[in-house]
Structures are given as structure tokens and as C-alpha cells.
Design a protein around this ligand. Structure first.
Ligand code: AMP
Ligand code: ZN
Length: 469
């Protein structure tokens, strides 16, 4: 069976075939680096990672670009508030983003273009010039350049609305200038006082690019005019991706993207993530509470990208115990496994990959893994699994884990727990039993039970993690 994905453009599940056999050109919208990315962003990045890893599991080579938006309204506001040059302000957030990718075992893209790199700014300016020449863009009285959405009949296809529904000639409130159409969007924003020292020279004077043209320029500049897949969160569909299609196709004259994939937004404890609601989490916040990267990864990955995902601490606790079951099973298989032989493969192990072929149906894929675990555990209890079979299962697990990336081999406890364990060992050496007990309670509060054995402290997940927030 072929691989099938839901295409936002057609609203249908379609067979997937890249333009060039064996090679997938993939573009994924990356972070705006004015802050630490939040776990909602990571739902998008983990979904894209699962997509890439599954395509590779199926033998495709993936050439992926993921941009960093390091100039826009938010980054400019942020750098001025911090009293720093733009690049100095964004640098720590860029670093944090890469650290977070590692924590979540997200594979590095082949390209991480940054919008402010000279080569990309040049391409943005050149694309805008082409759009002006071809009559798709115009300069307004304020000196900014706008895309003329009326010049692109397909505008609205991705978000599924009709261009006719947009009214012409409406003065936009709070703007002193007039756009031809209320939906026309900025390609180049002329410099204003609020920009301070941020700006580039262009044929339209000093200014900066609009957010949409950044992605069009970086995507086509790096991957060529025709991409196979373009991803993002559902909020990117309109206006961002609609605008990307318009700009890119009007410029290159070629169909920009074959397959558009968008993940549903992450909710936290049943509502929209917001600082004011106290449910806004960065990855760092969760690490500080004692959760590990692979636990967060599991919680984010385990619901299909097109389904709503409600992120809860109960869900994280569920991820922890699922991982523990997988770890125990792996260890058991290792004890049983013999050397590799050429015996025929075990039947029924294809279900994992086949589920992911079906529009990344991760729930079915994980169900297949846990069903195999349940059946083989029972047979291991009976001593009915041969060393060869255990070896074959372990080999299968390597393939499964190349997609899930859950690090099934090590203990994977968080640094916070490790620290507490070290301190507890010291307390015990100096016979400070009170401190030792306090530290044991602290470790329990973040979900781990400590047992003192003759070989030292041993950890196991607590049945019901005590902290939930
Ligand atoms: P931003 O930094 O806001 O440009 O977002 C980076 C990526 O994260 C984009 O693909 C967004 O669509 C995605 N994103 C933002 N918020 C969420 C959320 N709550 N759930 C899932 N994806 C999100
Ligand atoms: Zn983008």
C-alpha cells in the first residue's frame, strides 16, 4: 500500500508521491525567536519530526528546511524593550531552540535559514521586485509594498474562501494609508521610528520584509520552486501559507507545494495556552518540574496530528508509565535474545509502519506496539519465546524506535531527579537520615520511588505521580 496523507489544499487523503523519485523536499515553518518556544510550538515540531522519520523509515531521502524568523514586529519590539541590537536579542532564543530540539530528540533539518541572513534578504527583495514588475504588487503612499490579492485568482484556495467575498477599497482602520483591498498584505514594510536601527536598503527605500515573503524566499531559495510538502500548525493556514502560495507562484510561475499538512493546536488542561491562564509552559518549565524530554515527546507524539491534543499532567504521567513498560519489555527481550540468525521474520510486525502510512495514524501504530508487547510478555512468562524470536523483536524495535525516537535503552531520568539522587546519596553517607527522607519525598513528589538496595538507590515510577502541576 502507498503512503497517504491528508492535504489541507484539497481536504482529502491522497496518495503521496514526491516529484523526484526517492527524494522529499520538505519545508516547515520554524520559531519566531523573541521568546522560548512553548509546548504548543513543539507539538508542531514533533509532528513534523514524526513525518520526516516515517518517510525515512520508508526509504525516502528527506531534504528539509526549517526557518528561524529573526526579524518581525515581535522581535523588533523585544530588542527595543531589552535595549539590545536585534541579533544580540535573538541569539539566546536561537540557542535555546536548538537545545530544546535535542531534548525532544527532534532530528535536525538539513537547513536552518535565518531571515536576516544577507542571502535571504537579497532574495526577498528580488522576489518583491519581480512581483512589482509583473503587476502582482504595488507601492502604497506610506512607501510599503503590498501584494495585490486580486491579481491571483487562486487566493483563498488553501483556506477555502472566495476572493469575491473580500471587499475592495476599504480603508483599514488604524492605518493612515489606503490599500487596494483590505486583504492585501505587506511584502516590504517601510522603515518607521519604531524600527530603530533595524532595516535594510531596498528599491523602495529603507525597510524590512514582511513575515510571509521571508518563508517564500527561504523555501524556494533553498529547496527550489516546487516543494513536495509544507507543514505548520493550523494557525499558519491563513494568512501565512495562503500568502506564501500567492507570492511564490506569481513569482516563479510554478505550483509551489503539492501537499500541505497542518497539525491541530495544542490545548493545555482543556483550554488555550495563555500566560494569564497560568497554563503556559515552555519545555524548560516541564524539565524543572522533573519531567524528561522523552516523556514530553511521548505525550506530544501519541495523539494523531489532526486530532485535538489536550496536554495534561495526567497525560505526562501516562507517558511515563508507557515508557516504563517499553523499557522493561526491551530489557526482558535483551535477557532472552540469542545471537542473530537468518530465520524468517515474525508475522504481524508490519502493522506499525502500515498505521503510519495511513496519514500518520500514531494511535494505531502505538496500539500495534503495545499489542506485540502484551502478547510477547505473556509468552515470555511461559518461557515460550526463543532467543531467535527475541532477537528478531529487538531488531524490529530498532526500526520502530528510528521513527518514535524514545531512547528505549537507558534509564532516562531527568537531571532534576539525578541531582536529588546525588544529594540523597551524600546525605546517607553522612548519616543525615532526616535529609535523606526529605529528598526521598521530593523525588516521590515528581513521580519516582526510591528504594535503597545493596547496590545503591534504585528508581521506579511512582504509581500515581504526586505532582500534577
Ligand atoms: P511561531 O513561533 O508563532 O511562528 O510558531 C511556530 C510554529 O508553531 C508554527 O508552525 C505554529 O503554527 C506552531 N504553533 C503555535 N502555537 C501552537 C499550538 N498551540 N499548537 C500547535 N502548534 C502551534
Ligand atoms: Zn512560514
Amino acid at each position: 500500500m502507498s503512503i497517504r496523507f491528508f492535504n489541507t489544499l484539497t481536504r482529502q487523503v491522497e496518495d503521496f508521491t514526491p516529484r523526484e523519485p526517492g527524494l522529499v523536499r520538505l519545508y516547515t515553518c520554524g520559531p519566531t525567536v523573541y521568546n522560548f518556544a512553548h509546548i504548543g510550538n513543539f507539538r508542531a515540531y514533533v509532528f513534523e519530526d514524526l513525518l520526516q522519520r516515517h518517510l525515512e523509515f520508508r526509504g525516502y531521502r528527506v531534504d528539509r528546511a526549517m526557518n528561524l524568523t529573526d526579524v518581525d514586529d515581535k522581535t523588533i519590539r523585544g530588542c527595543h524593550a531589552a535595549g539590545l541590537p536585534l541579533a544580540e536579542f535573538t541569539a539566546p532564543f536561537k540557542k535555546a531552540f536548538f537545545d530544546d530540539l535535542d531534548t525532544l530528540r527532534i532530528k535536525r533539518a538539513n537547513h536552518f535559514p535565518e531571515a536576516t541572513e544577507a542571502v535571504h534578504i537579497e532574495r526577498m527583495i528580488s522576489m518583491i521586485s519581480t512581483l512589482v514588475e509583473k503587476g502582482h504588487a504595488y507601492r502604497a503612499d506610506d512607501g510599503s509594498v503590498y501584494f495585490r490579492i486580486r491579481s491571483f485568482p487562486n487566493y483563498g484556495h488553501l483556506a477555502h474562501f472566495h476572493l469575491e467575498d473580500l471587499r475592495d477599497g476599504v480603508r483599514v482602520s488604524n492605518d493612515e494609508y489606503e490599500k487596494e483591498n483590505v486583504g492585501d498584505f505587506a511584502l516590504w514594510k517601510s522603515w518607521s521610528e519604531a524600527d530603530g536601527d533595524v532595516g535594510w536598503e531596498s528599491p523602495w527605500g529603507r525597510g524590512r520584509p514582511g513575515w510571509h515573503i521571508e518563508c517564500s524566499a527561504m523555501a524556494t531559495g533553498i529547496l527550489g520552486p516546487e516543494l513536495d510538502i509544507h507543514c505548520g500548525g493550523e494557525d499558519n493556514i491563513f494568512p501565512h501559507h495562503e500568502a506564501e502560495i500567492a507570492q511564490s507562484e506569481c513569482c516563479t510561475g510554478k505550483p509551489f507545494v503539492r501537499l500541505w499538512m497542518h497539525c491541530r493546536h495544542l490545548q493545555v488542561e482543556g483550554s488555550k495556552m495563555a500566560k494569564s491562564a497560568g497554563n503556559f509552559f515552555t519545555l524548560r518549565d516541564l524539565m524543572e518540574k522533573g519531567w524528561s524530554g522523552r516523556e514530553v515527546r511521548y505525550a506530544l507524539i501519541s495523539v494523531k496530528y489532526r486530532e485535538p491534543l489536550n496536554f495534561t499532567f495526567e497525560g505526562l504521567a501516562g507517558a511515563r508509565s508507557a515508557l516504563q513498560r517499553l523499557d522493561e519489555w526491551t530489557a526482558r527481550l535483551r535477557e532472552t535474545a540469542g545471537p542473530e540468525t537468518s530465520e524468517s521474520p515474525i508475522e504481524g510486525l508490519e502493522a506499525f509502519g502500515e498505521a503510519l502510512d495511513d496519514d500518520l495514524n500514531i494511535s494505531a501504530a502505538l496500539a500495534a506496539v503495545f499489542e506485540t508487547l502484551r502478547l510477547t510478555n505473556r509468552r515470555m512468562d511461559e518461557g515460550a519465546i526463543s532467543p531467535t524470536e527475541a532477537r528478531t523483536l529487538l531488531k524490529w524495535l530498532v526500526g520502530v524506535n528510528s521513527v518514535l525516537a524514545l531512547e528505549l535503552d537507558s534509564e532516562n531520568i531527568s537531571e532534576v531527579v539525578e541531582d536529588l539522587l546525588v544529594r540523597r546519596a551524600e546525605a546517607r553517607t553522612s548519616k543525615d537520615w532526616k535529609l535523606s527522607d526529605t529528598l526521598r519525598d521530593e523525588i516521590l513528589a515528581i513521580g519516582w520511588m526510591v528504594k535503597d538496595t545493596k547496590d545503591g538507590q534504585k528508581l521506579s515510577p511512582a504509581r500515581a505521580p504526586a505532582t500534577t502541576n
